[in-house]
Design a protein. Structure first.
Length: 160
């Protein structure tokens, strides 16, 4: 048996130039990545100032007085499956009002059903997108409304 030798071709000048260009591009990309990560802007929420509005917060400064929130019909919902992106037919959904000072809660479930109560549990028999609307009324008769789209998926996979 004869001995075989590998047949290597020398790197041509054009391939050598392309390799050097790639090295330069990778070097510039790496430097750019480090430069962008090093430059972080301070968000307005993280800046702290004293009660006079100038300089850092001092230990003796009083905390700012909370601004009263406008009356609203904010609500959240959770599913018994725990995943809001995958709520299926006949799965329990808990709707909860986050508003304060409310004397009446009216939920329109988007399927022709209206329910009274601040925190309710519902299920949808059929898949689809349901506009859930909460209308709240305070003691002075003032009302607020909020709507969120709740997507119910088919139990056989997807939302066909």
């Amino acid at each position: 048996m004869g001995m075989r030798t590998a047949n290597f071709r020398p790197i041509t000048r054009s391939k050598h130039i392309k390799i050097n260009q790639m090295k330069k591009i990778l070097f510039i990309a790496a430097i750019s990545l480090f430069a962008f990560n090093a430059c972080k802007k301070e968000s307005p929420a993280s800046a702290t100032t004293g009660s006079s509005g100038s300089g850092p917060v001092k230990p003796n400064d009083q905390p700012p007085t909370p601004v009263p929130q406008p009356f609203s019909a904010k609500f959240t919902y959770t599913s018994s499956g725990g995943d809001l992106n995958n709520i299926f037919e006949k799965e329990n959904i808990h709707l909860e009002c986050k508003a304060s000072g409310v004397v009446q809660y009216v939920w329109n479930l988007g399927n022709g059903t209206k329910v009274l109560g601040n925190n309710i549990d519902v299920t949808y028999t059929y898949h689809g997108v349901y506009p859930v609307t909460l209308t709240v009324t305070d003691k002075d008769g003032k009302t607020a409304t909020s709507t969120q789209q709740v997507t119910i998926l088919c139990n056989f996979g997807g939302s066909h």
